[in-house]
Design a protein around this ligand. Structure first.
Ligand SMILES: *Cc1c(COP(=O)(O)O)cnc(C)c1O
Length: 467
């Protein structure tokens, strides 16, 4: 199993290689050289398996010979053992042909745990086998940072540095990061915005000397292993609803396009997925693209679903590569134009190919509150603001098409108590595992919005922890 860059100028690698590399050297994203294919009988053989077993079987299709299947099975079993629901990713029915799949039963209550918990163990295994150490550096507006910290805290051979914008994440999100006291975790609270944090991370990665000295690695959603670890739950939902004999549709609340790309990947592997609905909040660049081939960047506006407040969805490049018939030069040219002009030129034929599967949907804050209130009244279901966008997106599919539609529930409602209170009148309680979150001691290092200060903080951590 080999992986190639969407921009065609990086050395192909195996699964372990792309896990450690993250972004390719040519600025592109790694994708499988050939998509794994499952026949109907293969899908049927996966029906009714416990989720960790199903996850391991599908993940092995992407890992190839890089890691032994028994190791992958053990990693998946351990990753999901601590989840707060025995089904790991339970399906809940809300209406005729309308379901949600809950992806928020992991330790930080957002769907990022689904992949990150696996990544923590994959890194540890691969680094042990190679006798290497890495320093993972990432920026977060909230959910990714806490999931990464939970997954990597205390792991051998990894230091983890997470930059968050000081005072600009929710209190639950900040405390989930800053109350972890493992010595290999460094929380940097940057005097700036999330965009500043992302720019600082890019500057660190652009510093070749530092990159080599600290073996910098990334676990943001461009890391292929995260996409691979998100494919299995689409299969689990589809199989439970009658696949491969019956088609299903998925509606996905979308930010960086990682989750919906995993759904697209499952379809590409042969899962019978009729439609994919891409849900957006007021930051609706993907909906504008799918409606009118208008992929033009506008300023990011804050919304009730902050994990979707994104204009440049980094994983879109992987879909673009497919839409352009896997032409790396054309992909690199389109991405270059997008970066320079803020507008992505997508040829008409490629756009039609996208629309044959993907459907765009947008919901503003008022519509989100209305949807949360309506679900609560109709069936007592508490959907967080991200999930509510997904459910409304599922309803936007033409009525009566008879295909069961599954909306992805990406966060626990207790992560967004203010919006929930506004819509339903009550604040959902945190699950028992996090009930004492507000009593725990926080630890973080405030830093200036300055790459020199951050480089120094990271070097101090690495020197302290390197044997
Ligand atoms: C990250 C996140 C999303 C967006 O997922 P992408 O893979 O970035 O599209 C949606 N909802 C929640 C709660 C998230 O944490």
């Amino acid at each position: 199993m080999r992986y190639v860059s969407t921009r065609g100028r990086a050395e192909p690698r195996d699964f372990a290689g792309v896990l450690l590399a993250g972004l390719a050297e040519d600025g592109g994203l790694f994708v499988p050289e050939v998509w794994p294919q499952l026949a109907s009988a293969d899908w049927r053989a996966l029906r009714g398996l416990p989720y960790p077993v199903l996850a391991a079987r599908l993940l092995c299709r992407f890992v190839g010979a890089a890691i032994a299947p028994e190791t992958i099975a053990a990693i998946c079993a351990e990753s999901y053992a601590g989840f707060g629901h025995p089904a790991v990713v339970p399906l809940v029915q809300l209406d005729t042909n309308l379901f949600v799949q809950e992806l928020f039963h992991g330790p930080t209550l957002a769907f990022k745990d689904m992949a990150m918990s696996v990544l923590g163990r994959l890194f540890e295994h691969v680094l042990e086998a190679r006798g290497e150490r890495v320093t993972i550096v990432g920026a977060t507006s909230g959910d990714t940072g806490s999931a990464a910290i939970e997954a990597f805290a205390g792991r051998a051979r990894v230091d983890l540095v997470i930059l968050h914008p000081h005072g600009r994440t929710s209190e639950v999100q900040r405390r989930q990061m800053t109350t972890v006291t493992a010595p290999n975790v460094l929380n940097l609270a940057v005097d700036g915005s999330f965009d500043d944090c992302q720019d600082l991370v890019k500057a660190l990665f652009a510093d070749a000397a530092l990159r080599a000295e600290l073996h910098l690695a990334a676990v943001n959603s461009i890391n292929w292993a995260r996409i691979a670890a998100q494919v299995p739950y689409y299969a689990a939902a589809a199989l439970a609803l009658g696949a491969p004999e019956r088609e299903v549709a998925f509606a996905v609340p979308t930010g960086n396009f990682g989750n919906v790309l995993a759904a697209w990947t499952a379809r590409r592997m042969g899962l019978p997925v009729a439609r994919l609905v891409v849900g957006s909040n007021r930051n609706d660049i993907l909906a504008r693209f799918l409606d009118a081939n208008d992929m033009s960047v506008r300023p990011v506006e804050p919304s009730l679903s902050p994990s979707m407040d994104i204009q440049v969805s980094s994983n879109f490049e992987r879909l673009l590569f497919e839409l352009l018939d896997r032409d790396p030069a054309a992909t690199a040219a389109a991405m270059g134009t997008f970066r320079q002009t803020g507008k992505m030129p997508v040829p008409e034929a490629a756009w039609h190919r996208a629309r044959a599967v993907l459907h765009g949907f947008r919901l503003d804050d008022e519509g989100t509150i209305t949807e949360i209130a309506r679900l609560h009244r109709a069936c007592g279901y508490l959907a967080d603001p991200h999930t509510a966008v997904g459910i409304a997106a599922a309803r936007a599919l033409p009525a009566g098409h008879g295909v069961p539609t599954v909306a992805m529930a990406t966060a626990h409602p207790a992560k967004f108590p203010d919006a929930m209170e506004r819509a339903t009148g009550t604040r959902p309680a945190l699950p028992p595992s996090l009930a004492d979150l507000f009593a725990r001691t926080e630890r973080f290092t405030p830093v200036a919005n300055n790459v020199g200060a951050i480089r120094e903080a990271i070097q101090i951590l690495a020197r302290r922890n390197t044997p």
